[in-house]
Design a protein around this ligand. Structure first.
Ligand SMILES: [Cu+2]
Length: 484
């Protein structure tokens, strides 16, 4: 279908048309690579380096361009924290305040958001709170008064988050605490952070991204000159799946339990993960920390920004088995994610206890607010408005909880800064099994109404909620709220 025809089609039918056409699970437009795709399961799974403090409580990281080999035999320029993609993993402790000095040696402004962090507003990565290019620097303050959880950090620059994260500005941050330490979960080499994202490559190995002709320079609310070509307004999906920055990697594992910290760091692509030839994920944690009790899943739906902390027991497979993580929402090469090869037996003293943690309970909401995520003529909007920096749509009180009713016309993974929430209902019915636990991002599907119970704790000040489809976010699907 030509771009024009497709746009006409979307314009007339919108998400309902897509659903009727059987494409209800697609959340973006496929951008194809112009080089020969790498062979799957040949590149070893990389494990990002763990960030080391320059002194207790202080880290320093420089955002810079680097050339790395992603597709074997070619090189790709990335923009990375520390010049790597993913950036280093920050291994942090609850209540151990850290400062991260970010220095920007790129040619563009940046703003760093710790996704899932309970962070003071001045360090939260507000989209116009920019670190200037060519050597600007900012100290981000992270008190980390929050439960153990799998967090991540990424660029959040106004209007350009999509292209800048696509080029590599993302990494993981793990918060640990005593409650988690006491559990006999797999650890060390049997705890794998897995950042999953999709990319497309040009003939010369560079990342492809559909910037409009002459676009990508304006920013600061200049949505007429958005960072992404209008044909990709639904979101950009690549045809190569990367895990920890490697295409369809392979990891050798022992026939034991492994803890997999799954993150969907894609701009727009949704996944429904399964193990082939079969197997189960035992979910132990959600976006915002450990569950009260484990939940078994045959498949895990994952929208951009979401994390699942799971245990997979590879002793269920014969030694020599190949166990492939697949995405059943995709066909073709993008159906594969990565492969585990069960190399040998080994001792395993890990376990998944029936009781994992005591998460915070429900508190009575003081009010209900509605946030409607919808496409307009030229932008993606919340409650009818493209993003208006400095105009809060809500003023929740610190220490209270509210029901936020999220509705949508398309796939919108809704992310709330600062506040963590429980999914209460989908279309008035019980939430899905994968909605368990406290979260900061929820997959709102076309014409769905999702009720969440959000707790506002930590800090007063200016925060935001937005769609985590990064192209929607760049095309104005954001709003401020102010905790008072
Ligand atoms: Cu969206």
């Amino acid at each position: 279908m030509s771009a024009l025809t497709r746009r006409g089609f979307l314009g007339v039918l919108g998400g309902a048309g897509l659903a009727a056409a059987g494409c209800a699970e697609l959340s973006g437009e496929l951008l194809r690579s112009r080089l020969t795709l790498p062979r799957p399961f040949t590149v070893p799974l990389p494990i990002p380096e763990v960030a080391r403090p320059v002194r207790p409580g202080r880290y320093e990281v420089t955002q810079r361009a680097a050339r790395v080999e992603i597709v074997p035999g070619t090189t790709t320029e990335i923009w990375g924290y520390g010049g790597t993609f993913p950036g280093p993993t920050f291994d942090l402790r609850r209540g151990s305040r850290v400062t991260v000095g970010v220095r920007n040696e790129l040619g563009v402004p940046t703003s760093t958001h710790l996704h899932g962090g309970v962070t003071p507003p001045g360090s939260d990565g507000y989209p116009t709170d920019l670190v200037t290019p060519g050597g600007g620097a900012k100290d981000y303050d992270y008190p980390l008064e929050q439960r153990a959880a799998t967090l991540w950090y990424h660029d959040h620059r106004m209007d350009f988050t999509g292209p800048q994260v696509w080029r590599g500005l993302a990494g993981m941050a793990l918060v640990r605490d005593e409650e988690e330490d006491a559990l006999p979960l797999p650890k060390g080499e049997r705890e794998l952070p897995l950042m999953i994202c999709d990319r497309a490559f040009d003939e010369d190995g560079s990342f492809r991204y559909p910037s409009p002709p002459g676009g990508g320079h304006m920013g600061m609310g200049g949505h007429a000159h958005a960072a992404v070509d209008g044909d990709y307004m639904e979101g950009v999906e690549g045809d190569v799946i990367l895990v920890n920055g490697a295409p369809w990697p392979v990891a050798e594992v022992t026939a034991t339990r492994y803890r997999l910290r799954l993150l969907n760091a894609s701009n727009a692509r949704r996944y429904r993960l399964r193990l082939a030839p079969g197997g189960r994920f035992t979910q132990i944690g959600s976006d915002s920390g450990l569950l009260a009790a484990p939940v078994a899943h045959d498949e895990l739906p994952m929208a951009p920004g979401e994390r699942y902390d799971v245990v997979v027991d590879f002793s269920a497979y014969p030694v020599g088995s190949a166990v492939t993580l697949v995405n059943t929402l995709a066909g073709g090469p993008a159906r594969n994610v990565m492969r585990f090869v069960v190399a040998r037996r080994a001792a395993d003293d890990s376990a998944v206890p029936a009781v994992l943690s005591r998460p915070p309970g429900r508190v009575a909401p003081v009010t209900t607010r509605r946030f409607d995520f919808r496409r307009s003529e030229r932008a993606w909007t919340i409650n009818g408005h493209p993003y208006r920096p400095g105009v809060p749509l809500a003023r929740p009180r610190l220490g209270t909880a509210e029901v936020w009713r999220l509705s949508s016309d398309f796939h919108h993974p809704v992310h709330v800064h600062l506040a963590h929430f429980l999914v209460l209902a989908r279309n008035g019915r019980a939430p899905a099994a994968a909605d368990a636990g406290w979260k900061d991002t929820v997959d709102v599907r076309p014409y769905e109404v999702v009720d969440v119970l959000a707790r506002f704790e930590g800090y007063r000040g200016r925060y935001m909620l937005h769609c985590h489809n990064l192209e929607h976010e760049d095309m104005a699907m954001m709003a401020d709220f102010e905790v008072i």
